[in-house]
Design a protein around this ligand. Structure first.
Ligand code: ATP
Ligand code: MG
Length: 386
């Protein structure tokens, strides 16, 4: 008897050549997630198995796998030689301490095993009922748990009762690379997580306005990036200072256009950086109507400076409470709500323009040396590899 972990992935979208690519990438990501834990990794049809680990590492393995995108569900299982007595004893030991309703489900891949699936399920169900009559009853339609018996062609049988639902999605690396605009707020880390879940590798870009914003604000953003990096298989964070740009806007443009102007600079810098690091999209945490800079008119203004790559806004239709629920689940919320200054709060106008008109935007912008300001900001870019 030994412990193993079963990993399942969703195959619905896997066709032809696509399948090998998906499986290889998921396999690489699983091995990366477990690289510091002793284990053996086995690929069987439509599943992966993690074997030969120390018992005390089981919980850590289960925790790590729940953060690998592309995995649909996992189970901690026991593997025994395919002999009836071994199978029954192990199944009984897994029912120990449980109560409620159950059923047995048998899958007999090894047709040389002498008992047909339905017969085995029925007999084992009876044995379990005899032993735990006080606590367990059978429900075929809606059981609280299922005793799964998987008789494999290898001569071994997998037995498990618990199925842990995981991230789902696609393996990171299977859907290109995106540049996440990462602030210290609640939304942008969630936006990054959601794109990693769809298979994007992530790079991040953070704007700060030192000395108006503190070193601590930057550290906070690096902390958030570290949390997301677990889901995205690493992340490089680029930091650009927009202090000079903000001062130039403050001196040369109408006050209410501060944020509108700044966001156009952010998007231009993002596209240039994306090009230079071969990222194929810009990702933001914007949500329609959440604040003045996220009305459709404001989005039009900031979107229109991006020339050649898509801007992905996975949260565009999300309510704040739904975003917070994801932030809590992925572990960024506690860090996000720490007090901090964001560059967008520097020179914050009392009455920001809510529906900027393009004509007016362009007129305000003509007061600035846009190209020069961008070049100087980008020359002082810093990079952190997490
Ligand atoms: P968040 O919670 O992500 O900070 P928010 O609700 O505060 O979002 P805004 O400040 O308007 O909204 O920012 C909208 C989006 O612009 C953010 O989700 C992020 O993608 C990007 N952004 C804002 N500030 C910065 C920054 N300092 N550095 C990088 N990106 C930023
Ligand atoms: Mg913000």
């Amino acid at each position: 008897m030994k412990k193993i972990v079963i990993i399942r992935y969703c195959e619905i979208h896997l066709k032809g050549k696509n399948r090998g690519y998906f499986e290889r990438m998921l396999g690489d990501n699983i091995r990366h997630a477990l690289k510091d834990i002793n284990h053996k990794y086995v690929k069987i049809p439509a599943r992966y198995l993690i074997e030969e680990f120390a018992d005390e590492d089981l919980d850590l393995i289960l925790e790590r796998l729940q953060k690998v995108s592309g995995i649909h569900s996992i189970s901690s299982a026991i593997i025994v030689p395919s002999q009836k007595e071994e199978i029954f004893n192990t199944a009984l030991s897994l029912c120990e301490g449980k109560s409620g309703t159950f059923k047995v489900e048998t899958n007999r891949a090894d047709k040389s095993f002498p008992i047909p699936s339905i017969e085995l399920s029925r007999e084992l169900g009876g044995v379990i009922l005899d032993r735990f009559a006080k606590y367990l009853t059978v429900s075929i339609k809606n059981p609280d748990f299922v005793v799964n018996i998987d008789i494999r062609e290898s001569g071994e049988t997998l037995i498990y009762t618990d199925v842990i639902k995981c991230m789902g999605g696609m393996p990171v690396g299977s859907a290109g690379k995106g540049l996440l605009l990462l602030s210290g707020g609640i939304d942008s880390p969630v936006a990054g997580y959601m794109m990693a879940k769809r298979g994007m590798r992530l790079k991040a870009l953070h704007f700060h306005s030192y000395p108006y914003t503190s070193e601590a604000a930057k550290e906070k953003v690096l902390d958030l990036a570290r949390t997301i990096s677990v889901y995205s298989g690493g992340i490089d964070v680029y930091v650009v200072s927009v202090t000079e740009i903000q001062e130039a806007i403050h001196e040369n443009c109408s006050e209410e256009f501060m944020i509108t102007m700044l966001r156009r600079f952010m998007m231009r810098i993002a596209e240039r950086l994306a090009n230079s690091i071969s990222a194929q999209a810009i990702i933001t945490g914007e949500s329609l109507g959440q604040v003045a800079s996220q009305t459709i008119e404001s989005l039009t203004s900031s979107n229109s400076v991006v020339e050649n790559i898509p801007v992905l806004r996975p949260l565009i239709a999300f309510d704040k409470l739904d975003i917070i629920a994801i932030a809590e689940k992925i572990g960024t919320f506690e860090t996000s709500i720490l007090p901090y200054e964001d560059c967008c709060t520097v020179f914050l106008p009392k009455f920001p323009v809510i529906k900027p008109k393009m004509e007016k935007v362009l007129k305000e912008e003509s007061n600035l040396k846009v190209e020069e300001l961008i070049e100087r900001a980008m020359a002082a870019i810093e990079k952190y590899e997490l």
